[in-house]
Design a protein around this ligand. Structure first.
Ligand SMILES: *Cc1c(COP(=O)(O)O)cnc(C)c1O
Length: 393
């Protein structure tokens, strides 16, 4: 231990000591609760993909440092995926970069593209690593709050526009949006694109839930809008789409200069990661359309099961158009403090959820909202719904 009074954790990270997920997962264990807090699936993805990883490992593919940008098989598969799905064409050699999950893609993008003092606009509530990575880059975050209305959380385009200052360098977008489940519409994305072009901003867009959109919602990559290909870093991940969150295979697609910049930061973070898994994910990306359709249908049924259960228990439910999270308002239950509610919920009925306030700078705005994950087996969700009935009294 140092004898000085100076804190060990530096000032930039002082606000990011431990995540709420650690506290809530420990609480889940201690109380034998059903953990609908952290968003990871409780069953693995396709057997064929798992076998592809085993095969790669046995055949000696990727057991040593893979190439810095990622194995060519995976970069080609990512480029094919972007073309097949969205008609976006990226050169696998100069416009695709494989990362240690979307988490590293976010960190490397922000560390590469920001100068200290730059401002970054992020949609609030935001994924927890955004604030920490913006802080590590020495930049300032400027939250633009999605507000509840008409059964969804809505981006106020005037507020977004007003948030841009001469110091703004970058918009950090996330659609489909965790935790609210909002999928930005074509009109909203067009407005974001127009603003980025007009004010000459870069955009880093986290699209890890691209395959989880429901009902009439459509995921449209921001990079597909006029003027955006040259200024957009698009982030994807195998973790959410193929239910292998432990493999940590993510990627970036962007114009060559942007990929080169992100790679400069990435090479000194992990250098490379997940060798054999990269080969398996290359196969996963080439699964037939039926895999993606079934994946979506399965989660749609789970969304409806949990949403109905939460509504029956007395919550106001914001039925998500995307992701595998449902955000609720606890005020109809006579509660207003999501933190207190989530800390008490395991004792009250054996279920763990996450208070959305942790994803806000404006904690008051997020106070009454609580997030539940539905990427769990149907029987687990049924049991959670049965337990939550206790709240209805
Ligand atoms: C899960 C998640 C990530 C992290 O993805 P990994 O590939 O596991 O690093 C990034 N962004 C959002 C919005 C997420 O929900």
């Amino acid at each position: 231990m140092t004898s000085s009074a100076r804190p060990l954790l530096n000032r930039r990270l002082a606000d990011f000591g431990t995540t709420i997920f650690a506290e809530m997962s420990a609480l889940a264990q201690r109380t034998a609760s059903i953990n609908l807090g952290q968003g990871f699936p409780d069953t693995d993805g396709p057997e064929a993909v798992r076998e592809a990883a085993v095969r790669a490992l046995r055949e000696g593919h990727g057991n040593q440092y893979p190439p810095g940008p990622g194995v060519p098989e995976l970069r080609t598969a990512i480029a094919e995926h972007q073309r097949r799905r969205y008609g976006l064409s990226y050169d696998p050699d100069s416009e695709v970069l494989v990362t240690a999950g979307a988490t590293e893609a976010i960190a490397a993008s922000l560390l590469a593209l920001l100068e200290p003092g730059d401002e970054v606009i992020a949609l609030e509530p935001y994924y927890d690593s955004y604030a920490a990575c913006i802080a590590m880059a020495g930049a300032a975050r400027v939250p633009v709050t999605l507000r509840a209305g008409d059964g969804r959380f809505v981006l106020d385009l005037d507020e977004l526009r007003a948030a841009v200052t001469p110091r703004t360098r970058l918009i950090l977008l996330n659609t489909p949006h965790n935790p609210t489940g909002t999928v930005l519409t074509r009109a909203e994305l067009a407005a974001v694109a127009e603003l980025a072009c007009e004010r000459d901003l870069l955009v880093v867009t986290d699209e890890v839930y691209e395959h989880l959109v429901f009902d009439g919602a459509e995921h449209i990559p921001l990079a597909s809008f006029p003027g955006m290909r040259e200024r957009t870093v698009t982030i994807g991940s195998a973790g959410k789409t193929f239910s292998f969150t432990g493999w940590k295979v993510g990627w970036v697609t962007a114009a060559p200069a942007l990929v080169a910049a992100v790679r400069s930061a990435k090479q000194f973070l992990t250098y490379v990661a997940s060798g054999p898994f990269q080969y398996a994910v290359a196969e996963a990306l080439r699964l037939p359309d039926s895999y993606f359709a079934d994946f979506r249908a399965d989660h749609l049924a789970k969304r409806d099961l949990l949403s109905a259960g939460l509504a029956a228990a007395g919550f106001e439910v914001f039925r998500p158009a995307g992701t595998y999270f449902v955000t609720t308002d606890i005020r109809p239950l006579g509660e207003s403090d999501g933190f207190a509610f989530c800390r008490a919920l395991p004792e009250r009925c054996g279920v763990v959820a996450i208070p959305n306030a942790v994803f806000y700078d404006h904690r008051d705005e997020g106070a009454p909202f609580v997030r539940f994950a539905f990427c769990k087996q149907t029987s687990v969700l049924e049991e959670a719904v049965a337990r939550l009935k206790a709240l209805a009294g």
